[in-house]
Design a protein around this ligand. Sequence first.
Ligand SMILES: Cc1cc2nc3c(=O)[nH]c(=O)nc-3n(C[C@H](O)[C@H](O)[C@H](O)COP(=O)(O)O)c2cc1C
Length: 217
Amino acid sequence: MDVREALYTTRAMRRVKPDPIPVDVQTRIMDAAVRAPSGGNTQNWRFLLVDDPEVKGKLGPIYRQAMSVLWATYYKDRIDAAHAAPDLEESKSMLRVQKSAQWLADNFEAVPLYLFGFTQHDPGGSSIYPALWSAQLAARAEGVGSALTQVLVFHNDEVFDILGVPTDDHWFMSGCVSLGYPTGKWGVAARQPAHDVTWRNQWGADPGFRDPEPLWP
Ligand SMILES: Cc1cc2nc3c(=O)[nH]c(=O)nc-3n(C[C@H](O)[C@H](O)[C@H](O)COP(=O)(O)O)c2cc1C
């Protein structure tokens, strides 16, 4: 796959089929992920693949609980505002994200594979997010949809217990990526144009280009 196609169309694909992802595909995804950079090339990361129904069955209720808290707190005002003005573009976007994210919560156990990323002494995750994103790009090239999730950190201790993660080694759970063959179609991720969020030389100064439409395809 062309690298630009992967960059433009790798987006949160949460609605997936329960079909398992073959181990050779998983191997190619992980082998690409560990090519990512890390500070000082320390590669101070561990990845945990979860496909055991029993383990997913323990994580699912925790994930749903975490999402319900997120809707009722962090996202409450935005969701209320979106319901109050459903015709606005940003409201539609918010409600789409909520519906899709809730689908993942409701169907957590049916998603065939999860990839957990752990780091030590890197709570911001700067040395593991490149690898998790590379995993998502590599998954895209294999036709596998993915979504990075973080809500399980709200229940860190329970998750560590379920996954058998040592609690005395300062491991931090940076994210959990859902993986599966999508039920929908790939499309270009909708974003604010780069010229709206990029400046040159001085904060707020014209970047010297405009890209009102995505430049791929
Ligand atoms: C740091 C981070 C945390 C995220 N956490 C969650 C999450 O807990 N649950 C979820 O469903 N999606 C989560 N997402 C996915 C975002 O909602 C998604 O990337 C965003 O809405 C853009 O979606 P799109 O690429 O389909 O446009 C997270 C993404 C990032 C980068």
